[in-house]
Design a protein around this ligand. Structure first.
Ligand code: NAD
Ligand code: DAU
Length: 340
């Protein structure tokens, strides 16, 4: 029996990882520790209540007392840290919360990992720490070149993990993933935002000229990659996780509209994101040597994702009709339209 603490397990990727672990590993117990910020959602974990191998604890990873209690009460031997403030645009509005959770919260978890001598501490990080990559691909050896408060905070978390490995021998691994898409993604991120807007015939706010590129991967593939690194990765090592194929945002928007049978005139160019990174691109050969490869092409991942949002209106309508979402949307997008 292995006892996993999955922080941020009520969020998008964390909840997909919880489902994967409970489905694939009958001998694992899962404890979710989540603060339930605007992005945390118990609907993502629906159906798990009553499962004897699952427990949910509401709490903040920055609260050392709460973290230690969970570690002790549930005899945790593995920590997988998904908890973070995760949206770049919000980091431009309120950077403080990002530094608090993504850096300080990581430190609190590392202290617990050290004190309770876990078998593994895994940090879920991002390709954004390499910064904009206009040519070639980022390898795990590349220098960090963060450009947003979000990516700078995630890089701070990564460096703290490596420091705890070097200084205190904490068995740390880190994965740096590209953009995930799929079930349970909060509709502030571009793909679920565009899908749900298009369903309602609302314009799709495309930043700048839409020529920026992202490696969009299916969330289940990313979760399988994290699982591979947990089982086969070496402590102290970093692993990139992506498909190795990048897509321009304008192309992604047009594909969504095509899949939904909506007109391209729904695309609305808006003022660009300040400091917008034009391209991220990962070299994933290191993790491929462990036997992992992303299984969905971008088109397959997008098609599945569109279908999920079409079939789960109850999930996203609750969020989009809420006051928090509407205030954010107004603040982020009002008056930002530009003429093509
Ligand atoms: P998300 O915003 O959907 O979920 C974050 C979760 O963390 C939420 O449930 C939230 O309630 C919880 N949380 C936030 N602050 C907390 C705190 N102080 N204490 C406890 N819980 C807290 O994020 P996501 O998109 O699922 O991303 C998960 C992780 O993966 C993040 O670390 C992110 O940086 C990383 N990542 C995301 C992507 C992506 O495309 N979404 C890609 C690569 C890496
Ligand atoms: O690369 C991994 C990262 O991917 C993760 O670490 C982050 O947590 C996750 O949020 C994501 O960051 P991005 O900034 O790439 O994702 P976002 O969905 O915000 O934007 C994707 C692209 O779409 C980016 O080029 C900006 C553009 N965009 C975004 C929004 C929200 C638009 O054109 N319009 C929009 O309204």
């Amino acid at each position: 029996m292995r006892n996993l603490l999955i922080t941020g397990g009520a969020g998008f990727i964390g909840s997909n990882f919880v489902h994967l672990v409970l489905e694939e590993y009958p001998d694992y117990r899962v404890v979710v520790l989540d603060k339930l910020t605007y992005a945390g959602n118990l609907d993502n974990l629906k159906g798990l209540d009553g499962n004897p191998r699952y427990a949910f604890v509401r709490g903040d990873i920055c609260d050392a007392g709460a973290v230690e209690r969970v570690m002790q009460d549930h005899e945790i031997d593995t920590i997988v840290n998904f908890a973070a403030e995760s949206h770049v645009d919000r980091s431009l509005m309120e950077p403080g919360a990002f530094i608090q959770t993504d850096v300080f919260g990581t430190y609190v978890l590392l202290e617990a990992a050290k004190k309770f001598q876990v078998e593994r501490y895994h940090q879920v990080s991002t390709d954004e720490v390499y910064g904009e990559v206009l040519e070639n691909r980022s390898t795990e050896e590349d220098r960090l070149h963060t450009r947003s408060p979000y990516s700078a905070s995630k890089a701070g978390g990564d460096l703290m993990c490596l420091a705890y490995h070097t200084s205190f021998d904490v068995p740390v691994t880190i994965t740096r993933g590209s953009n995930n898409i799929g079930p349970y993604q909060y509709p502030e991120k571009v793909v679920p935002l565009f899908i749900t807007n298009a369903i309602d015939d609302i314009r799709l706010p495309l930043y700048g000229d839409g020529s920026q590129m992202r490696d969009y991967q299916y969330v289940r593939d990313h979760c399988e990659g994290i699982d591979t690194v947990l089982r086969r990765g070496r402590p102290g090592e970093l692993y990139n996780l992506g498909t190795g194929v990048e897509t321009r945002n304008l192309h992604m928007a047009r594909l969504i509209l095509k899949l939904l049978g909506k007109p391209e005139s729904l695309v609305q160019p808006v003022a660009d994101r300040p400091g917008h990174d034009r391209r991220y691109a990962l070299d994933c050969s290191k993790v491929q040597a462990l036997g992992w490869r992303s299984r969905h092409s971008f088109e397959e991942a997008l098609e599945k994702t569109v279908r999920w949002y079409v079939d789960h209106e109850w999930w996203w309508r609750k969020i989009k009709s809420g006051a928090h979402y509407q205030e954010y949307y107004t603040r982020q997008y009002n008056g930002r339209e530009i003429q093509p």
